[in-house]
Ligand binder design. Structure first.
Ligand SMILES: [Zn+2]
Length: 504
């Protein structure tokens, strides 16, 4: 049941002070389906800006130091299209399954805004670098991609509280951006978030963008409507400038609820652009759209149309790395759970380590996934290291982890001991050598364990007493025996021996 249905029932309950009636859910004849589309901007990981030689990532420098006549829009300056950014854009378009035109072109999109020094933005209109793509997301659905195009970023306005004027920083002006627009194929806020994760993973796998919302390198606008009872699209509302996946999800959930409520109360949804108020966790009206903006697009006369040859596309396709969806499918075939498979597939380095270990080890891939995602990740998190820092060479690490997992699988060591050895194995040690030199092999010998157990029971008569009444208290005795034996005791043997002694 979609969350907004609960919300509606809950609101009725609040409004009328009557008891919530679950049967009311059954009486709802029309649950309007949300229809969601996204527009995503990604900062392209090229060395220079889209049409000049300034640093593409020089936002951190002093204001207006990463600029030149071209990106400041000075008269007479001539833009030159960035070959590297175009190549990355094409790579991304192909990864999204887009068709690429034989000729692509840059257009001027005219609007007046203080952070756009030329009073137009160089963008793409007809013949963008990609159209008609499709991206599969976890759960089996595929989201249509309307178009992908390249454009330049704007500058940044600062409104200091101490002054009666605003400040303008053009360091970011002209930085290369990819804009991608989806078909209205998404149905829930959760799905929108999953799609964003997929896009981020693709962009990172290709090295096209860092796609990090926290650094402003991935921003999203959403549009959402509720489908009419006859199946046609309802009135679309846009929410602009969402800077995190969480805010996309929250803004959509809020907006779906708000539109629901407007319709319930007998009003019509107004076509408008709204903003997201992070503090209040709500959308707020910014401007109504009485007419479509006319940007007076025209081909940029300074930038020739670009011909894209078939062999260029063939080369891009041939060099395409394995994308997250293909990885997920491969991991599903290894019987890895869907969540773990996505988590691994979404990070190129995690996937590299996982692939290396699963080919070095014969045991179940799910066990490798568990170790990587919980034990290894947990230890590195504590350590303040990334996987890439700790394991720069997955192929060297793989046999060491395989050796550790072998020792657990053949019951030479307990998993407690294995977890204790893991940090050293990550840093280069061979588990079997550590086990041998430290005498960590599992002890299942009843005589040897019996001696330890007797000593522990004698030292803790109160725990023994409660264990006779309450079987759960056996764990306390078991824990002490494990501690005494440095985690080497075979826990199931110890448990049996304790139970025998308690019953005696
Ligand atoms: Zn420049």
């Amino acid at each position: 049941m979609p969350p907004f249905v609960y919300a509606r029932i809950a609101r009725r309950k609040a409004d009328t002070h009557v008891r919530f009636d679950p049967a009311a859910l059954a009486r709802l004849t029309h649950v309007p389906e949300p229809v969601i589309g996204l527009e995503i901007h990604l900062a392209v990981k090229a060395r220079s800006k889209m049409f000049c030689a300034c640093d593409a990532d020089g936002f951190g420098s002093d204001p207006n130091t990463n600029v030149c006549p071209v990106c400041m829009g000075l008269p007479g300056s001539l833009p030159v299209a960035n070959r590297e950014a175009i190549a990355l854009g094409l790579r991304f378009a192909r990864a999204l399954g887009c068709e690429v035109p034989e000729r692509t072109q840059f257009h001027r999109k005219h609007y007046f805004y203080p952070d756009a020094p030329k009073n137009y933005q160089i963008s793409q209109f007809e013949r963008p670098i990609g159209e008609h793509g499709a991206v599969p997301i976890p759960g089996g659905r595929t989201i249509g991609i309307t178009r992908v195009h390249l454009e330049e970023d704007a500058g940044r306005l600062v409104h200091p509280t101490y002054a009666d004027h605003s400040l303008l920083d053009l360091n970011r002006a002209g930085a290369p951006l990819i804009e991608m627009v989806t078909e209205p194929d998404l149905r829930t806020p959760e799905e929108a978030r999953a799609f964003l994760q997929e896009v981020r993973a693709i962009a990172r796998a290709l090295g096209v963008s860092d796609a990090s919302p926290e650094e402003g390198k991935m921003r999203a606008d959403v549009n959402v409507s509720l489908r009419n009872p006859d199946g046609s699209f309802g009135t679309k509302v846009e929410v602009k400038n969402l800077n995190s996946f969480r805010s996309v999800e929250a803004a959509l959930a809020f907006e779906i609820r708000r539109q629901e409520r407007v319709l319930e109360d007998g009003f019509e949804v107004v076509q408008e652009t709204r903003g997201w108020n992070e503090g209040g966790q709500k959308t707020v009206s910014q401007r109504s759209k009485e007419e479509a903006a006319d940007y007076r697009y025209m081909p940029d006369p300074d930038i020739p149309a670009i011909t894209i040859h078939d062999d260029q596309i063939a080369a891009i396709d041939a060099a395409m790395p394995e994308l997250p969806a293909a990885k997920r499918a491969r991991y599903a075939a290894l019987e890895v759970h869907e969540d773990a498979a996505s988590q691994i597939a979404y990070d190129v380095h995690t996937a590299g380590v996982f692939d290396a270990v699963t080919s070095a080890w014969n045991g179940p891939a799910q066990i490798v996934a568990n170790w990587l995602l919980s034990e290894v990740a947990g230890h590195l998190h504590q350590d303040g290291r990334t996987l890439e820092e700790a394991i720069p060479d997955p192929d060297a690490f793989a046999p060491r982890l395989a050796n550790l997992l072998d020792l657990v699988q053949d019951r030479t060591i307990s998993s407690t001991v294995a977890k204790e050895l893991l940090p050293e194995v990550i840093d280069g040690a061979q588990a079997s050598e550590l086990v041998e030199s430290r005498g960590l092999a599992r002890v299942a010998d009843e005589g040897a364990l019996g001696t330890v157990i007797d000593a522990v029971m004698a030292a803790h008569p109160d725990v023994v007493e409660s264990a006779r009444e309450q079987p759960k208290a056996i764990n306390a005795l078991l824990g002490r025996v494990m501690k005494e034996t440095g985690g080497t005791a075979d826990a199931s043997v110890v448990r049996n021996l304790i139970e025998q002694r308690l019953q005696a």
